[in-house]
Design a protein around this ligand. Structure first.
Ligand SMILES: Nc1ncnc2c1ncn2[C@@H]1O[C@H](COP(=O)(O)OP(=O)(O)O)[C@@H](O)[C@H]1O
Ligand SMILES: [Mg+2]
Length: 356
């Protein structure tokens, strides 16, 4: 295959805008220079030319200078409720191909409440929920404690701690207020699912109508052809188990080296099949492309029934840290191979590479 120019588009932590009124963890989901360099190296190891371009307003100029054939996009964006969709919108305007999901899917998946409305419409299992835009909105009758309060548009465990689990209205409203103040966005309140924490990563593409309901008929073959599922990973939260534990930003970032990841997670084949199917369904109904990771909780009080917490169409790709990197490794793919698999998936989708 011809050597391509592949621009690695990311938002480096060190380039992030600074100001006094930002939350301390405001840039927790941006990428380190080490991760960015490792991605550039991986793309080069795949036989291409690669250069990192910062995904801010300088991007239009740098794209005109570098003139990539395709972009490998991992930009999380800085500001605004569609921030993960901004760079793809620029790329669409400039007619430059890019890896991963497009504008609508990225803006959607960043908004957990919107995503849940879609999952719910498709009758996919996601914890019952209510979105609060004001602190004094009445609690719906179908919402029973304990509940879980989180920001509706953040990632990487931001705004999530043991205080997110609330047992009464006073605790709930205190936490909602905290989300408003710190993250300046609506709060998502969900039924608290006590149980194991499992995530499924996949690379590939599904052919199938996004708008049509996912068929329920157990006799029909399940549509997941085209996706490669990695072995599910479980975060072993038991060392941190006082009673209620969540995969918070503190655990994800500060204590990453103390966490035990079970990958493949000790789950039976039927459960793995079910999780893969639900992950494929979430991928389909949100219109995701090339790569995603779907986070689940398995309800300990209901025979480990899986609930979809969210879909991450821009999963972290940090060596040795990010969930999907660990999952791919359990499937025999090192970081370089994973990155090139995602790139090749996009190239095939654009007709820039034939299926080998
Ligand atoms: N409804 C819920 N019940 C139990 N735990 C939850 C719930 N929602 C989130 N959590 C916990 O918080 C963590 C982060 O939530 P998640 O929705 O995956 O957001 P993100 O990963 O984008 O920060 C989860 O991995 C889980 O540990
Ligand atoms: Mg998550």
């Amino acid at each position: 295959m011809k050597k391509l120019k592949v621009a690695l588009l990311a938002n480096a932590k060190e380039n992030a805008p600074q100001s006094d009124d930002l939350a301390v963890d405001q840039w927790a989901d941006l990428d380190s220079s080490k991760t960015i360099q490792s991605l550039v190296d991986a793309i080069k190891a795949g036989g291409h030319d690669s250069e990192f371009l910062e995904g801010d307003i300088s991007l239009i100029n740098s794209l005109q200078r570098y003139r990539p054939d395709i972009c490998f996009n991992i930009c999380e964006g800085h500001f605004g409720d569609g921030r993960e969709a901004q760079v793809p919108a620029i790329l669409e305007m400039m007619q430059i191909p890019y890896t991963g999901s497009k504008v609508l899917s990225l803006a959607l998946a960043l908004d957990k409440s919107m995503t849940k409305r879609i999952l719910h419409w498709h009758e996919l299992p996601t914890p019952n929920f209510q979105t609060f835009e004001r602190v004094n909105e009445p609690l719906q009758d179908d919402m029973t404690f304990p509940l879980f309060v989180k920001p509706s548009r953040e990632g990487t465990g931001m705004g999530v701690s043991s205080k997110s689990i609330v047992h009464n209205e006073i605790e709930m409203r205190t936490q909602i207020e905290h989300i408003f103040q710190r993250y300046k966005q609506p709060a998502l309140v969900e039924r608290y699912i006590e149980g194991r924490e499992v995530t499924v990563g996949m690379v590939g593409n599904l052919l199938g109508p996004v708008a049509r309901r996912v068929p329920h008929d157990p006799e029909l073959p399940r549509m997941q052809a085209g996706l490669r599922f990695f072995p599910p990973m479980e975060v072993d939260l038991s060392p941190f188990q006082d009673s209620d534990v969540v995969y918070s930003n503190r655990l994800k970032v500060d204590l990453a080296d103390k966490l035990t990841y079970l990958c493949p997670a000790p789950l039976d084949d039927d459960m793995i099949d079910e999780l893969n199917w639900l992950a494929a369904a979430a991928f389909r109904v949100t219109g995701a492309l090339d790569v995603s990771r779907v986070d689940f909780r398995l309800d300990a009080n209901d025979d480990f029934k899986p609930y979809i917490l969210e879909i991450n169409p821009l999963p972290g790709l940090s060596i040795g840290i990010s969930d999907i990197v660990i999952e791919a490794a359990a499937d025999g793919l090192d970081h370089t191979q994973l990155v090139n698999l995602i790139l090749d998936t996009a190239l095939i989708r654009y007709g820039m590479k034939s299926i080998s």
